[in-house]
Ligand binder design. Structure first.
Ligand code: PMP
Ligand code: G9A
Length: 416
């Protein structure tokens, strides 16, 4: 008998959607393609020699344990040095029992969803927002309430209005998801006052804040702004970060900082998911942090990415039509482009690919869809000399699209 797999899949599984970004990673392997699509670190930012040294050290000192299963919460020595770093650098009140290692920050998001989302539960996020978070929360059948971003990071008036509306229908959101530093995808940073206000609102309406901070160390300009977690006295904030942008994503190493009460639950969820995070990676990462390599490498990565950001910004100024706006990120890896309303970046995408240039359509970052005239560009991955050429190609595609959309508009009879 033929297996009817569709009938057997869970409702949850049938809701799973493919990520535009993950799919794009395949397209961008086409020879000659210039990709500003995937949020990939630059391979030159991987500290290959240092990693080699750290691995040798692990082989000399503790290889048997490094090859063994580990505890679900993660390697004590690594959690210890990270907790120390979070205290001194971010002013987060973090002891060993407040931190666990995860298989990337992505697993942190997934575990949060597993532990806090029942089918139909609501979470809040500013939009645009990180696509991987939408996927992780959607997998657990969450409803999303999108709050627009503004120059303050999130429109808190709109947030309050939405919370009041939800309250009238007895809907109590479980958490608000935010990427306050050099946000993926907008590149924007949330000011200090908004961070504090968000925590006040969370306390007033009694929901958690999931603060996702993979880019916080990659500051090119200005001071590092303290995370929301640093103001959290009552265990209302779950803070996530990762080695993906400050070491290498292939390590698949992230961490979660939260109250012991929350972490105990996440640990149970993680036990059922993967038993423990890659132990060998954790040993190597410990040598990397403890050996003082991390600070030196972050300085290098920032220098490299700032240069690439500047090249992209200069190229945008040089090649893009005046009607187009973009963000100027003070760190991180992304620039957000807003085009005239007549352009649909989804429809333009195939034309861009035919000119061998790729971006991510803005709509992907809106859980409820819309915003068709935007796109995300990544500046960290491409080589310096490739960036101007890529922007030039993209500008050509946009100019052609603008020309045809104006023509089409002029054909539209009045009153339609
Ligand atoms: N959160 C955000 C905002 C991200 O941009 C990413 C990766 N691009 C992640 C989480 C996941 O990172 P990882 O699992 O590699 O730590
Ligand atoms: O999915 C990945 O490879 C990580 C990148 C995320 C992004 O582009 O936002």
């Amino acid at each position: 008998m033929v297996v009817n797999i569709e009938r057997l899949f869970s409702k949850r599984a049938t809701r799973l959607r493919s990520s535009e970004i993950r799919e794009l990673l395949k397209i961008t392997q086409i020879p000659g393609m210039i990709s500003f699509a995937g949020g990939l670190p630059n391979p030159n930012a991987f500290p290959v020699e240092i990693i080699h040294e750290c691995i040798e050290k692990v082989f000399k000192t503790d290889i048997s344990n490094a090859l063994q299963y580990g505890t679900t919460e993660g390697l004590t020595s690594l959690r210890g040095v990270l907790a120390q770093r979070m205290r001194s650098q971010k002013n987060i009140n973090c002891e060993l029992h407040n931190i666990i290692m995860t298989t990337g920050a992505q697993q942190g998001l997934s575990l949060v969803a597993l532990c806090f989302i029942d089918p139909g539960d609501t979470y809040l996020t500013s939009v645009p927002t990180y696509l991987g978070a939408i996927q992780a929360f959607n997998a657990y059948e969450a409803n999303c309430e999108s709050i627009p971003m503004d120059e303050e990071g999130i429109d808190t008036d709109s947030l309050r209005r939405n919370l009041e509306r939800l309250r009238r229908t007895s809907i109590l959101p479980k958490f608000l998801y935010a990427v306050p530093n050099f946000q993926n995808p907008s590149g924007e940073t949330m000011p200090l006052a908004t961070r504090k206000e968000l925590l006040d609102i969370a306390s007033e309406y009694d929901f958690l804040i999931v603060e996702d901070d993979p880019y916080g160390e990659l500051v090119f300009e200005g001071e590092m702004i303290p995370p929301i977690k640093s103001f959290d006295k009552r265990g209302r904030v779950i803070y996530l970060s990762t080695f993906s942008k400050i070491l290498a994503p292939g390590f698949r190493l992230g961490w979660v900082i939260a109250s012991k009460e929350i972490l105990d639950k996440l640990i149970l969820a993680k036990q059922a998911t993967d038993l423990c995070t890659n132990v060998f990676s954790q040993y190597v990462a410990y040598e990397y942090v403890n050996g003082g390599y991390l600070d030196r490498q972050v300085t290098e990565i920032k220098r490299l990415y700032k240069r690439k950001r500047d090249i992209m910004l200069d190229s945008l100024k040089k090649y893009f039509p005046k009607s187009i706006k973009w963000t100027v990120p003070k760190g991180g890896m992304f620039i957000w482009i807003s085009l005239p309303k007549s352009i649909d970046t989804r429809l333009m995408f195939q034309k861009a690919l035919s000119k061998k240039i790729a971006y991510v359509v803005g709509e992907a970052f809106f859980p409820e869809g819309g915003n068709y005239n935007s796109m995300r560009l990544n500046f960290s991955y491409s080589e310096d000399d490739v960036i101007p050429e890529g922007i030039k190609r993209l500008a050509e595609v946009i100019k052609e699209e603008l020309a045809t959309s104006y023509q089409q508009e002029s054909y539209v009879p009045e009153g339609v």
